[in-house]
Design a protein around this ligand. Structure first.
Ligand SMILES: [Zn+2]
Ligand SMILES: [Zn+2]
Length: 179
C-alpha cells in the first residue's frame, strides 16, 4: 500500500518513490515466477491528476523457474514497467457516457494505493509462456530422458531394445574372459 495523501489531491503535484517490497505468493506463472519473499525494487512516480493519482513505475526482481523442454532450473531477472490511473474512491461512479471506463478503473481506498494487482499483471504479461534454458534447448531424450543439451551426441541404436542390449553384455562378459 502506498499513501498518496502527501500529494494533497492537487493536480500536478508529484513525488518520486523508491521502495523495496517482498514478493507476494504466486507472482508470476507456474513455470516462471518471482520467488515468494524475494525483494522487488520499485521505482515509482506518483502524480495527482484531476480524477485521482497516476502511477508510473518500474519493478525489478529475480525470477526462478524451469525450462519447459528439459526441466533445468532457470534463474533470470525481470524488469517491467507499468502505468495506471487510480481514481479517488469518492469520485462519482456514473458520469454520462463514461460508465464503462469508470467501472474498470482502479480505485484508491482512503487515498491508499494497492500496487499488488498492478505489479502482478505487469509481471505476468512480461513473462514468456514457455520459458527455456536457452533459445535452442534440444529438450530431453524421448527414450531415456537424458538432457540433450548436456550430451549433444546422445543417441540410441534404434534397432536394439535396451533390454536386449543389457542381455548381450551379460552373455559376453563371463564367456570371453572365462576360458
Ligand atoms: Zn532446457
Ligand atoms: Zn537417451
Amino acid at each position: 500500500m502506498l499513501d498518496t495523501r502527501e500529494l494533497g489531491r492537487r493536480p500536478g503535484s508529484q513525488r518520486e518513490v523508491t521502495r523495496t517490497v517482498l514478493a507476494p505468493a504466486d507472482l508470476g506463472i507456474e513455470v516462471l515466477r518471482v520467488p515468494e519473499g524475494a525483494q522487488v525494487e520499485l521505482d515509482l512516480r506518483i502524480e495527482a491528476v484531476m480524477e485521482g493519482v497516476l502511477v508510473t513505475g518500474t519493478a525489478y526482481a529475480m525470477l526462478e523457474g524451469e525450462c519447459v523442454r528439459c526441466l533445468e532450473q532457470i534463474s533470470d531477472e525481470i524488469e517491467v514497467t507499468f502505468q495506471e490511473l487510480f481514481v479517488y474512491d469518492d469520485q462519482s461512479h456514473h458520469r454520462v457516457g463514461d460508465d464503462l471506463e469508470d467501472d474498470e478503473a482502479s480505485r484508491l481506498e482512503d487515498d491508499l494505493l494497492d500496487l499488488e494487482p498492478l505489479l502482478r499483471d505487469a509481471v505476468v504479461l512480461a513473462l514468456p509462456f514457455q520459458p527455456l534454458c536457452g533459445d535452442d534447448c534440444p529438450g530431453l531424450c524421448t527414450e531415456c530422458g537424458a538432457r540433450l543439451a548436456d550430451d549433444p551426441e546422445h543417441a540410441h541404436d534404434a534397432a536394439i531394445d535396451p533390454r536386449w542390449g543389457r542381455l548381450q553384455e551379460l552373455q559376453q562378459g563371463p564367456e570371453l574372459s572365462g576360458e
